[in-house]
Design a protein around this ligand. Structure first.
Ligand SMILES: Nc1nc2c(ncn2[C@@H]2O[C@H](COP(=O)(O)OP(=O)(O)OP(=O)(O)O)[C@@H](O)[C@H]2O)c(=O)[nH]1
Ligand SMILES: [Mg+2]
Length: 337
């Protein structure tokens, strides 16, 4: 067995060095933050003579997506190893408080570790989160907005809220639905469109979408509702892809409920992550115990958050927070604290 001590400025950097020198089978035996700018890890590998793995050298502070992903993967792996071997990570008290707070807010452990490297204390966490989170004007660029997401998260309700907002801001709109799958889905939207006084198109074949969009080209915006399906359904993912390949000016919003189970949301990323998504919208914030999943999914998808919804009432229960409001929401105390 080969045992070696490594030191670097951050936990991610030190893990990178461990991998480079000891290879992918290295096990973390202990880890300690010596001071604000030094982390020490003792790592071991069971057999010698491993070829060091070539890692691309990185620029400090890079926001490159692949780098972020591998950094998070390294942290996740190290945490798993440490848990398996029963070793605790030693962090200074201030950072431990940051870590505990983030975990309480349901931030994924490996993401919380990354934030701990950036935020020296609980006070600086708000600005770190604010800097990391991105938001987007929900009705900014493209002509058509299409809402996709798992079953029952609130797509149709959110679409009605967005459509109302657009009308309020003086836009001429049309509503379309591709949801001819679920019983009652068309009626739900027909009711909304009557109340809003806007035309509704029911599109039963994806191939008809182009023609329907062209028919309403005089409208400022088109809102397209879709069927909620299990993200694991490959056929469903294929259908969304087929819509994208029509080459229409569609902005795709992925709608997720803040309340969904974390394992489900992470698993869903494996499928939705393959799609060309423009932004995220989060529903049922009013029911949520905490809002950590907003951060988790922002990091996973690397997409801006366009809005959050806070209740069943149309059109009022929707908010368009900026990044600092979003950071405050994520860090706010849970209902049981
Ligand atoms: N508490 C709360 N309920 C919401 C919110 N948004 C939607 N809902 C409720 O969630 C339920 C499902 O909403 P829908 O809009 O039909 O959901 P959907 O995603 O279109 O459902 P499918 O089309 O069947 O996939 C309804 O009872 C909504 O009133 C929200 O922000 N908060
Ligand atoms: Mg629906």
């Amino acid at each position: 067995m080969k045992i070696k001590k490594f030191q670097a400025r951050t936990f991610s950097e030190v893990l990178k060095a461990v991998k480079r020198e000891l290879g992918p089978d290295a096990v973390i035996l202990s880890s300690e933050q010596l001071d604000e700018s030094m982390v020490e890890v003792v790592a071991a590998v069971d057999y010698e003579g491993l070829d060091p793995i070539e890692q691309p050298s990185t620029v400090e502070g890079t926001t490159d997506l692949s780098e972020l992903k591998s950094e998070v993967a390294r942290l996740k792996e190290a945490l798993l190893q440490m848990k398996k071997s029963g070793y605790e990570m030693k962090l200074p008290e201030k950072k431990l408080r940051v870590l505990r707070l983030l975990l309480k807010r349901s931030i994924k452990e490996e993401f919380a570790m990354r934030l701990c490297e950036k935020a020296q204390d609980a006070e600086s966490l708000l600005s770190v989160l604010t800097d990391e989170l991105k938001t987007m004007d929900a009705m900014s660029s493209r002509k058509a907005v299409m809402l996709i997401g798992p079953t029952g998260v609130g797509k149709t309700t959110t679409l009605a809220k967005l459509a109302s907002q657009a009308i309020r801001s003086g836009r001429k709109i049309a509503v379309m639905t591709l949801d001819t799958y679920r019983i009652g889905a068309v009626e739900q939207l027909r009711f909304f469109s009557r109340v809003l006084g806007v035309p509704l198109e029911v599109v039963s074949e994806i191939s008809d979408l182009k023609e329907k969009v062209a028919k309403h080209s005089g409208r400022d915006m088109i809102f397209i509702d879709t069927t909620g399906r299990n993200p694991r359904d490959e056929k469903y993912i294929g259908e969304i892809r087929a819509i994208h390949s029509l080459g229409l000016p569609i902005e795709t919003h992925l709608i997720m409920s803040v309340n969904s189970d974390d394992v489900f949301m992470t698993d869903a990323y494996r499928y939705y992550g393959k799609l060309d998504i423009d932004c995220l919208g989060f529903t049922k914030v009013d029911e949520a115990v905490n809002a950590g999943s907003i951060y988790n999914l922002s990091v996973l998808y690397q997409k801006p958050v366009a809005y959050i919804t806070t209740g069943q009432r149309i059109p009022t229960d929707i908010e368009f927070p900026d990044n600092s409001a979003l950071a405050r929401l994520i860090l706010r105390k849970g209902v049981e604290e």
